[in-house]
Design a protein around this ligand. Structure first.
Ligand SMILES: NC(=O)c1ccc[n+]([C@@H]2O[C@H](COP(=O)([O-])OP(=O)(O)OC[C@H]3O[C@@H](n4cnc5c(N)ncnc54)[C@H](OP(=O)(O)O)[C@@H]3O)[C@@H](O)[C@H]2O)c1
Length: 279
């Protein structure tokens, strides 16, 4: 498995997105644990989660607890696995996603995530989404407090604009914004500016829904014909062709993550990359 860095931490070039194992359509726990173990077997050392990856009211942290359980029952060494969680979103249980970016909530949420993950320090803590009712600087100030208090090792943000990335950098201090997680896929390229900005600033960029999201991931090769054609030429799945920074493809089946984890080994020609870019 090729590697990338998030701040000073080395991780696999492909991560595992935990969301499909805890929200609508989630599988039973046994299959989820098999999926996480398959990712670890394949060399994945970055697992993305959030306290809000759950379905019903009262089960905040469902995905964090699932990941903690799968890591604990894995027979191999998991000490190099970076679990990246998030705070600032809530799910009241009616299918909606609500926001609370207040410093008080973020402090409480981080404590709950520490417990759900069963750790003393969270590897990477990401502010999930800007809350329009709370000044962005206040939310990021809370993340800085967590960093200073040693409750989180690395700080990241998600769903952020270039202006918010710069504000977060200035509040967190030089070199302390480790990652930005925005939506980016062949279907949604709206964060191309943020991706380039992060590349120039040396900040890890973690594209979310890198295959276009759960509902669309299966049709990647037909919705984006170039991906299907280049994949066929290499005898691989279109999902394995998708080239980005440290993608965190979600999976609820072992087969999906086993396939996606092989993406970094696929060598594409300049002409093929240009073709995918133009599609
Ligand atoms: N920060 C944010 O606001 C935010 C928002 C959304 C998502 N996320 C994060 O980003 C992660 C990824 O996003 P996502 O799950 O929404 O969408 P996605 O990664 O674009 O698509 C996920 C789906 O792709 C399928 N898949 C994965 N690898 C495959 C392969 N090699 N071949 C065929 N199908 C494959 C999986 O199917 P199976 O389920 O059948 O395995 C899964 O349901 C999430 O899990 C979450 O951690 C973050």
């Amino acid at each position: 498995m090729q590697t990338r860095t998030i701040g000073p931490v080395t991780v696999s070039a492909i991560g595992l997105g935990g969301m499909p194992m805890s929200i609508e359509g989630r599988p039973g726990e046994a299959r989820s644990v098999r999926t996480i173990h398959a990712a670890l077997d394949a060399g994945v050392t970055l697992i993305d989660t959030a306290d809000a990856y759950h379905l019903n009211a009262g089960e905040t942290g469902h995905n964090e607890r699932l990941i903690a359980k799968a890591l604990a029952s894995y027979p191999g060494d998991t000490s190099d696995v970076l679990v990246a969680t998030k705070g600032g979103h809530l799910r009241p249980g009616d299918g909606s996603w609500t926001l609370d970016g207040s410093p008080a909530h973020l402090r409480e949420a981080a404590e709950a995530s520490l417990k759900a993950l069963g750790v003393d320090v969270i590897g990477l803590y990401q502010f999930h989404r800007p809350d329009p009712r709370v000044p962005y600087a206040d939310s990021i100030g809370a993340i800085k407090e967590l960093l200073d208090a040693g409750k989180i090792r690395l700080a990241g943000i998600s769903n952020a604009s270039i202006e918010q990335i710069e504000l977060a950098r200035s509040i967190l201090g030089e070199g302390n914004l480790a990652s930005v997680q925005n939506e980016f896929s062949p279907a949604f390229r709206s964060s191309e500016g943020e991706l380039r900005h992060c590349a120039a600033a040396g900040i890890a960029f973690l594209p979310w829904s890198p295959l276009g999201g759960s509902g669309r991931a299966g049709q990647l090769g037909t919705r984006h014909a170039a991906f299907g054609e280049v994949a066929a030429a290499h005898g691989v799945s279109p999902q394995r062709v998708t080239p980005v920074v440290i993608p965190i493809p979600g999976a609820s089946r072992p087969e999906s993550i086993i396939d996606s984890a092989q993406a970094p080994e696929l060598v594409l020609s300049a002409a093929e990359l240009a073709r995918l870019d133009a599609s």
